[in-house]
Ligand binder design. Structure first.
Ligand code: BES
Ligand code: ZN
Length: 850
């Protein structure tokens, strides 16, 4: 329901809770449309405040009864909870409420998915389960009783007792309500054990619906690998005797770290070679690690309030990135992370939704689970790591766990630990948390008598509500190369703190070629006036793998930008350099695949806009197509051999080695398909025994205009598997010709198996429409209209997922007047929807304010 005046919450308004809780007992009497929740909560006055007002959050609850110390509480109900007169000493609150999980399509609180009950409480979903101080700084041990006629009844912590139709659980670790979870249904477990380094045996279960048992093995192994890694690298052991993971089909996000009972979107945990791609396997491994790592960074040490979200999310993303880079390839992981950062976070930071890593206000906190909080939050920790060095980083982390275990903390606590552990003053560094926008770093060079000067200038453009920007601490990793490719100065970390600053290197015998921002040592946009000869040199010789890749990327961008703005032809220098890289067997195939991939259409649009050019999505689409074709023709004679050499013939394994080869083989296949009308792709499609090869062959066939037959076969083979069918839905929209994309999406929604209540299916279609820039931004305006039509429909069903998808429109100021006017019309149409959710209201207002 739309609030008359949606409330804005401010970081500066924080006050400690009036009451703390030392014990919670909950009883659930499950029934699809009338579940009873009986709560018994022991409140104690908070000694840290004199405030004694009593407020409990509660939304969409039917209050049956409420008592304080056994007497009627006579609460006053407010739109978002209740207040009551309470004693000025400890007391017991007892309440009974009724809720309706079966009609809860928002998927927040207690809801039903495919016949099972499950919960999602982060960030503020617990208030839809019962009246409670639903804020992360109120932590308590929970005792839970579940009554329901279902075979499996789960909650957090350890099982206490169970019988026919009931089970009791107890979680000894005090936790905020957002980590509460309950699951009930007909579920099957794949089980294992993990013995911690201090000898405790932990029982592990991965619970799925009947039929999905064949997709659990990989996830269970990833969990064991994560538990071991966190012990080896961070010295963190698991702290219960049981760890449950449950897969659910209807879930707004990827997964959730509820204490001892993680709940996963089935797409983020279920995997098999036949149904999952290499990319799916890698993502699943990373998400399982991420949620597991939260047990320490999030659960044992949680956030004081939701403004501190990056305290747990930025750190946990940093940790899962480290994990993946240890399990797989460090350079490949870094390049993939930077690609994602630029695609999502730089885009966000350059538009109307730009905000601090630690936001200062919000209307709906769900709108702040963003690339900025997550990915930039992780980059900020990466910079700290580089600045203080590995040893001090882990010393600081030990201090953090020791000092703050069991607490609800702030970014100030986090920074203080690093200051105390290293003796550094991090006052200026902290600006990374309090200043939005991506810094632009310009570098120029000077060579005078054996001294080489690098002159840097940093500048951050204004962002909404923040016109003036201060200089940041920027760690710049630099290496200097000689013209024979040898390293004159190995990687050195420069610490820039001023708006403009020069760094000198003395005693050099030749003017070096600089390799700047190695490893992508800071989340900035680097500008350097250079030429393609030097870029080609770095692509061939840079000893830093990230910058080697980056040189190739810069070359490709330069070629594309000139094709688009000047109408030039793809130049042979670039094509030669790319070919050389592709055929260089000394390089990791995964790296070569990344180096051959062209910048995304959105990345090109972002680059053009940043340089003052209005991007034309159709022209970008055309240029990418032309360049791909030119690459294919240039490598015509090499492609069959490249494909053959990298085609894996051993039994499928989702490891880095095999998936790297498949990635390179599939790059070759997609180029080849531009020349052979899809013949090689058809052969691969027919022979494929794993989803990576099947799906890439299908993509090539669709792109070659020869996909109809394979699409039909694919549907016939996989119509019973929702996760695979999501790929089928998505691919058709993603690869549709620009003029057809909106209609393809619309037509898919008319199928019986398009269910807008399922976020995965909705995202498969409309996430793909947003991900087809020339289709979405087609001059007809059909992309915008179709997207808005469906966001309006989905808002009533699921505000959280609708709001997240509004970001499709967040780049609108980049485009020409016609497109801007069409987008504005659609945003206004969304804004005018009666009873528009708070979530979407906030997003549309922020986007339009630009
Ligand atoms: N705590 C979040 C899940 C969450 C997000 C709950 C937003 C409620 C609102 C979880 O730890 C998370 O971050 N999940 C990510 C995946 C992760 C690998 C970055 C997700 O769900 O996308
Ligand atoms: Zn997380």
């Amino acid at each position: 329901m739309k609030d008359a005046a949606p409330q804005t919450f401010y970081l500066s308004d924080y006050t400690p809770p009036a009451f703390l809780i030392d014990e919670v007992s909950l009883t659930f009497r499950l029934a699809p449309e009338a579940t009873r929740v009986i709560s018994r909560i022991h409140f104690v006055p908070n000694p840290d405040t004199t405030d004694r007002s009593f407020f409990l959050h509660g939304e969409q609850l039917k209050l049956i009864s409420a008592k304080i110390d056994g007497h009627d509480a006579n609460p006053t109900l407010t739109p978002h909870g209740l207040t009551a007169e309470v004693p000025d000493h400890e007391f017991t609150w007892e309440a009974e409420v009724e809720i309706s999980p079966a009609t809860n399509t928002a998927l927040e609180g207690l809801y039903m998915s495919n016949g099972m009950y499950c919960t999602q409480c982060e960030a503020e979903g617990f208030r839809k389960i019962t009246y409670y101080p639903d804020r992360p700084d109120v932590m308590a041990p929970f005792h839970v009783r579940i009554e329901g006629d279902l075979p499996v009844l789960l909650s957090n912590g350890n099982p206490v007792d169970q019988g026919e139709g009931w089970a009791e659980w107890s979680d000894p670790w005090p936790k905020p309500a957002y980590l509460f979870a309950l699951v009930a249904g007909d579920l099957r477990a794949t089980s294992g054990t993990f013995t911690t380094r201090s000898g405790n045996e932990v029982a592990l279960n991965l619970w799925v619906r009947p039929g999905d048992e064949g997709k659990t093995e990989f996830g269970l192994q990833a969990l064991k690998d994560s538990m071991k890694w966190d012990e080896d690298v961070y010295g963190r052991e698991y702290d219960l005797d049981l760890f449950n993971i449950v897969a659910v089909h209807d879930f707004n996000m990827g997964a959730m770290e509820n204490k001892g009972l993680n709940i996963f979107n089935s797409s983020a945990v279920l995997a098999s070679p036949e149904t999952s791609t290499d990319a799916n396997f890698e993502r699943i491994e990373g998400i399982i690690a991420h949620e597991y790592f939260h047990n320490w960074t999030g659960n044992r040490i949680t956030c004081r309030d939701w403004f501190q979200l990056c305290l747990k999310e930025g750190l946990t993303v940093f940790r899962d990135q480290q994990f993946t880079s240890d399990m797989r390839s460090e350079p490949v992981k870094r390049i993939s992370d930077v690609l994602m950062l630029r695609a999502r976070q730089f885009r966000e930071d350059a538009g109307p939704l730009a905000h601090n890593v630690r936001p200062e206000s919000y209307q709906e906190i769900n709108n702040f689970y963003t690339a900025t909080v997550y990915e930039k939050g992780a980059e900020v920790i990466g910079m700290l790591y580089r600045l203080v060095g590995e040893t001090d980083y882990y010393r600081a982390l030990d201090m953090y766990f020791q000092r703050h275990d069991g607490q609800a903390c702030t970014i100030e606590d986090w920074i203080a630990v690093f200051e105390d552990a290293t003796g550094r003053d991090l006052t200026q560094f902290k600006r990374w948390y309090t200043q939005a926008g991506t810094p632009h770093l310009t570098v120029t060079e000077e060579w005078v008598n054996g001294t080489y000067n690098l002159y840097f200038k940093q500048e951050t453009k204004p962002t909404p509500g923040q016109p003036d920007k201060q200089p940041l601490v920027i760690p710049i990793a630099v290496g200097l190369l000689a013209h024979d490719g040898s390293e004159i100065v190995p990687t050195t970390l420069l610490e820039m703190t001023e708006a403009e600053q020069t760094f000198s290197f003395d005693g050099l015998t030749e003017r070096p070629i600089p390799s700047i921002l190695r490893e992508f040592s800071a989340p900035v946009v680097l500008h350097r006036d250079t030429n393609n000869q030097e870029r080609a040199f770095l692509l061939a010789h840079d000893t830093d793998p990230f910058n080697k890749w980056e040189a190739g990327r810069a070359l490709a961008k330069d070629v594309l930008v000139r094709m688009i703005t000047k109408g030039t032809k793809p130049d042979t220098g670039f094509l030669d350099a790319l070919r050389q890289m592709a055929l260089d067997d000394t390089q990791d195939p995964a790296f070569r695949a990344l180096a051959m991939a062209l910048p995304s259409q959105d990345d090109i649009a972002q680059t053009l806009y940043a340089s003052g050019v209005t991007p034309d999505p159709m022209a970008i689409y055309g240029a990418v197509k032309t360049l791909s074709r030119a690459i294919a023709e240039h490598m015509k004679d090499d492609l069959p051999a490249l494909l053959a050499a990298n085609t894996v013939t051993e039994p499928y394994l989702p490891n880095a080695e095999q998936s790297g080869k498949r990635a390179l083989a599939n790059t070759a296949l997609s180029l080849l398909s531009k020349l052979d009308n899809g013949a090689a792709a058809q052969a691969q499609y027919d022979a494929a025994d794993n989803m990576t090869q099947q799906l890439s062959a299908l993509s090539c066939l669709i792109r070659a205009g020869a996909g109809a037959d394979a699409l039909a076969k694919f549907e016939q083979q996989w119509h019973g598997d929702r996760l695979v069918m999501d790929k089928w839905f998505g691919l058709q929209v993603m690869l549709a010709e620009p003029e057809d994309a909106a209609q393809v999406a619309q037509t898919l929604t008319e199928r019986a198996d398009f269910d807008m209540k399922n976020p995965n299916r909705f995202r498969a279609v409309f996430g793909a429409l947003a991900g087809n820039p020339a289709g979405f931004h087609h001059p007809s305006g059909d992309g915008y209209r179709t997207m808005a039509d469906w966001l309006i429909k989905l808002d009533t069903v699921n505000p959280q997922t609708t709001a997240r998808m509004c970001s499709a429109f967040d780049t609108w100021k980049r485009y020409d007047a016609d497109r801007q006017a069409m987008i504005r019309d659609q945003l206004e149409r969304i804004a005018a929807k009666p009873d528009l959710s708070r979530d979407v209201t906030e997003m549309v207002e922020r986007i339009m304010a630009a």
